[in-house]
Design a protein around this ligand. Structure first.
Ligand SMILES: [Zn+2]
Length: 301
């Protein structure tokens, strides 16, 4: 059972929005491309985890704090009296392992996920001990990309390769012990300890004026929308959405990018950048947000 589903983080959503609106430098585009690849790899891993039929609780994407250390867990599975921790990597192409370090074939060194895993496992254990839990933790790095190869792969490291994932996860289906209130209570503790905002997210500099204005398709991010009285229809992928939903999606995006800016009809009209009557924007804001009169200006929260 999925106890905490994976969602795009605020950092991811901001980068995605800035990417669609041409607000990223080449360097930031590269960073976002890494974020995106990592997220896609995690979704791929989730699709395999969904096949596990053993009685378990799966908690995805946890950001936790142990003393002054903040650490992120990609996927955690609670079974009866044990915990499995998975560090998911979507690395692609030829790599090699040498003297405890991981390199691309071009000899460029990459962050070694095994070290990350060791650190996360230790911090998680300390956190569990502080809650008086002593369950054994089994931690693995999972390489999910079928186009990943590791030369000189160490035999003694907890690694699951793309060709081993389904077989590895299948073994859990033979377990028959049900989880107890103990594991359920731990799952609740872990999800409540989750930190929503990562202090490490790195955002590029951007301003309202430099970003492309308009509404775009929720699925394919195309700005080519046909607007009728109540609907937004994407000319590229055919997705249809109510105008109200599209406008509110743009408002949420604006709030995320500019948390200190006031939401006014004029500002959102400019942000949406499509030939929609201002009264329409006003009605949508009025219905979905709380009106805050402020002298001559009315804004929404
Ligand atoms: Zn579309």
């Amino acid at each position: 059972m999925i106890s905490k589903a994976r969602q795009k983080s605020d950092e991811y959503l901001m980068f995605e929005s800035l990417h669609v609106r041409n607000g990223l430098s080449e360097k930031d585009k590269q960073y976002f491309s890494g974020l995106k690849k990592g997220y896609e790899g995690e979704l791929l891993f989730d699709s395999w985890m969904e096949e596990v039929t053993a009685d378990c609780l799966v908690i995805n994407d946890l950001l936790l704090k142990q003393r002054n250390n903040i650490f992120q867990i990609d996927s955690l599975m609670l079974l009866a009296e044990k915990i499995f921790l998975f560090e998911v990597k979507n690395f692609e192409g030829d790599h090699y392992y040498d003297a405890g370090k991981l390199y691309l074939k071009s000899k460029e060194e990459r962050n070694n996920p095994m070290l990350q895993l060791e650190k996360n496992e230790s911090l998680l254990r300390q956190l569990l001990h502080s809650w008086s839990y002593k369950l054994p933790i089994f931690a693995y790095v999972v390489f999910v990309n079928p186009a990943f190869t590791l030369y000189q792969a160490p035999l003694d490291k907890p690694i699951i390769y793309p060709t081993q994932i389904t077989g590895y996860l299948k073994q859990f289906n033979q377990l028959t012990s049900p989880i107890t209130t103990n594991e359920n209570r731990l799952a609740t503790l872990l999800t409540s300890a989750h930190i929503e905002k990562s202090p490490y997210s790195q955002l590029p500099d951007f301003g309202f004026n430099q970003l492309k204005k308009g509404m775009y398709c929720a699925d394919c991010h195309s700005f080519a929308l046909d607007l009728s009285k109540y609907k937004c229809l994407c000319r590229k992928c055919g997705k249809s959405e109510s105008i109200q939903t599209s406008i509110m999606r743009s408002v949420r995006e604006f709030q995320l990018l500019f948390p200190n800016e006031k939401i006014t009809t004029n500002k959102i009209h400019e942000w949406c950048g499509v030939p929609i009557d201002k009264r329409r924007i006003y009605r949508v804001l009025d219905t979905n947000l709380i009106k805050k009169p402020h002298g001559n200006l009315t804004y929404y929260e």
